[in-house]
Design a protein around this ligand. Structure first.
Ligand SMILES: Cc1ncc(COP(=O)(O)O)c(C=O)c1O
Length: 359
């Protein structure tokens, strides 16, 4: 599949900015980037960071670490400022304003359509099943056939806010339908919370598949703003043309390497086990509450419920210092509320707030 033919002609014609650190080594006497010769934070903790230097645009050690983590070759991986940046880059590289379109199944994560609208791309929305909130395979495939100038198909597994996993057979069908037309973007922000395998390794076989991973959820590092976009090297190279010269800060690179250090794997396993247990307690608790009209437990670190008055529940919890997310008014999500799984103490605070709701 000719992936370059999918990109905006302006991006193909562009002479990308060449940064000092991207074009030359970071060793020797560095007088090529108008930096200061030293930082103002001389103490031990900051010294190794070389804050006075621009960081590598794609730090080799972090790229290597994330590639090993996701089981893909390094040339298939772009380290990003979170998945949000990956989504934005895809829109800017592949969608011509006022012309090209993306497709999403709603309800889903809100940034796909926001990034598309900022870029001036059209957004085709395929509603999910109103009862299960799962993807409707035939409707999705039919919409793909009918959509002209379709460039990006966004799928999410597990999906936010419904929590459901994408059936691998649906992914296969979408990939087949998108061949020679569009990229298929599979957002796996929450994949570590469930037992399903990642599709990252399918990128080697399907040149038009893009997989998004992030350290924001299961790695306890949303504050880092660090993720990875896994795709064919041609796609990676196209995205690199529009990416900011130095997208990752030195402290973020340092902390991302620390968080993903193999020595912390048991700590991550413990975090996931704790969240799994709290999730189970949350789901059991919600099942007992008569005012919960519907529950979609899902496979991720949150649950979605429908109640009689969603905004009132959200206000009630907020008045008790507990923030949960109101989805009322979004398609198919009338009076729906999403609750993130937190620590045991946070879940106790939630339960206390729920106890006197409607009392
Ligand atoms: C499905 C999904 N994708 C991506 C993101 C954003 O990820 P990041 O923090 O890596 O930008 C979120 C955040 O809530 C999400 O729910």
């Amino acid at each position: 599949m000719n992936l370059e033919a999918l990109a905006r002609p302006e991006v193909l014609a562009l002479s990308p900015y060449v940064s000092a650190r991207g074009s030359a080594g970071a060793d020797g006497v560095l007088l090529n980037a108008n930096e200061a010769p030293r930082s103002l934070l001389p103490d031990e903790a900051w010294q190794g960071l070389d804050l006075h230097r621009y960081p590598s645009p794609q730090p080799g050690a972090l790229r290597e670490r994330l590639a090993a983590l996701y089981g893909v070759p390094e040339d298939q991986l772009l380290v990003t400022r979170g998945s949000d940046e990956g989504i934005d880059l895809l829109l800017r590289v592949f969608c011509r304003a006022g012309w090209d379109q993306i497709l999403e199944t709603i309800p889903c994560f809100g940034m796909y359509r926001v990034a598309a609208r900022i870029q001036g791309a059209g957004v085709v929305q395929v509603p999910r099943d109103p009862d299960t909130l799962g993807v409707r395979r035939d409707a999705l495939l039919a919409a793909m056939t009918q959509t002209e100038d379709l460039k990006l198909v966004f799928l999410t597994s597990p999906n936010n806010p419904t929590g459901d996993l994408l059936d691998p057979a649906v992914l296969d069908a979408v990939l087949a339908q998108a061949t020679d037309r569009a990229l298929v973007v599979l957002d796996e922000a929450y994949i570590e919370f469930c037992n399903a395998g990642s599709a990252a390794q399918l990128v080697a076989r399907h040149t038009h598949l893009v997989v998004l991973r992030t350290l924001s959820k299961a790695w306890g590092a949303a504050g880092l703003r660090c993720g990875a976009l896994i795709a064919n090297p041609v796609v990676i190279s196209l995205l690199g043309r529009v990416m900011a010269p130095y997208p990752l800060t030195a402290p973020a690179i340092h902390a991302a390497l620390a968080v993903t250090d193999p020595a912390l794997r048991p700590a991550q396993a413990a975090l996931l086990a704790e969240l799994r247990q709290e999730k189970q307690r949350l789901v059991e608790d919600l099942r007992q509450r008569s005012w919960v009209r519907k529950l979609w437990p899902g496979e991720a670190n949150f649950a979605l419920i429908r109640v009689d008055d969603g905004p009132a529940l959200v206000r009630h919890c907020a008045a008790r210092g507990v923030r949960i997310r109101d989805f009322h008014g979004q398609p198919l999500l009338d009076h729906c509320v999403r609750i993130t799984v937190g620590s045991a103490g946070e879940m106790d605070a939630l339960r206390a707030a729920l106890d006197d709701f409607g009392a």
